[in-house]
Design a binder for this molecule. Sequence first.
Ligand code: ATP
Ligand code: MG
Length: 439
Amino acid sequence: MRLSRYFLPVMRDTPAEAQIVSHRLMLRAGMIRQQAAGIYVWLPLGLRVLKKIEQVVREEQNRAGAVEILMPTIQSADLWRESGRYEAYGAEMLRIQDRHERAMLFGPTAEEVVTDVFRAFVKSYRDLPLNLYNIQWKFRDEVRPRFGVMRGREFLMKDAYSFDLDEAGARAAYNRMFVAYLNTFARLGLKAIPMRADTGPIGGDLSHEFIILAETGESQVFCDRDLVDMAAPGDVDFYGDLQPIVDARTTLYAATDDMHDAAEFEKRVPESRRLSARGIEVGHIFYFGEKYSKPMKANVMGPDGQEKPVHMGSYGIGVSRLVGGVIEASHDEAGIIWPESIAPFDIAVVNLKAGDANADAAAEQAYAALTKAGRDPLLDDTDARPGTKFSTMDLIGAPYQLIIGPKGLEKGVVEIKTRKTGAREELSLEAALNRLSAA
Ligand code: ATP
Ligand code: MG
């Protein structure tokens, strides 16, 4: 992408309405614009990151055996009456009436819709296990939308739903998502802590939240440091026994302030391993058995010829919240520091003096070579001052900057700056391109 032809409305000043760093940086970097309280336009830079996070989430869901579908944002109230949740859900549900005065709603979650899909097509245990997921916009009329995309009213969620014949099958499905979540957050460069949780309006009896550590998190987290240090499972057999991987984590202490009993904590975790930090919920998984399948008559025939309600679980990830969450976990004074896996651009190519024949030629050569190597560079070919260029590139946080100027070229060198460490290195253009093409 050439900056001269792009749409990157960066802001120099710190927006007064933003209370936390990710919100400030997302506004300053021209990633989002608020349209109404808790409702955002995703500008090109923000959209790139959102799509990349979405893709990581998708790949890890697929790897764990989940199958993607796309459910509508607008749902029929009748389905929610079947499950009994239409009245129960309360003011967070945005209720809509169509021209025929039929009651509709903007989905805050999709247990009812997916259960309706299931009961239409699946009748036998032979079709199980099944996990259907989608990545779709949700609406919850939050009392206090705040912190930008972290607590929006409209937000992008990955929600998966598992179907199994019995509780044992459902627990295996739960474990697959549990492990997929560990891998997903690790790929996003995040330390995510699984924490036993209340089931809330989704209902059910087994539930974990996944919390990432960041200073501005909404909850106080107490946990065993080993939980944070443990590596993600990586390549595992998702249909093998995942219980040991889950147990290794769920047996370690973790709680948020509302469930934490200080004395109990003290007892269970040795002092050297006690960690207290702020956290952000980025995912939440539930096993709730027959809660929806029973009232909605989603039955399957077992091997014994008996029909019974299918056992279900649901598994959410806040995809749009993660954009803010990653920034909370990875930034400095100058701006965002994207992990390579989800950076909007891999490399920022900075032409310090657009219009200078040598600098233009070298910058164009670099842009073409990196593009050909399959990298995704952003070329600053504008005539802004070098200082402005540097601060913009630091702000938007590409992992590497390739800095090209007439003075360096006279000496036969360009510069690579690593955004995360600030380390700078002078080398020939050719060596720089070799390095960055392979990175
Ligand atoms: P919270 O406790 O933060 O209100 P929740 O428990 O109501 O979230 P879930 O129903 O578990 O949310 O939704 C799954 C995931 O969707 C959450 O883990 C979170 O990452 C994300 N999410 C929920 N509400 C919002 C929101 N208002 N804005 C952005 N993301 C959200
Ligand atoms: Mg939750």
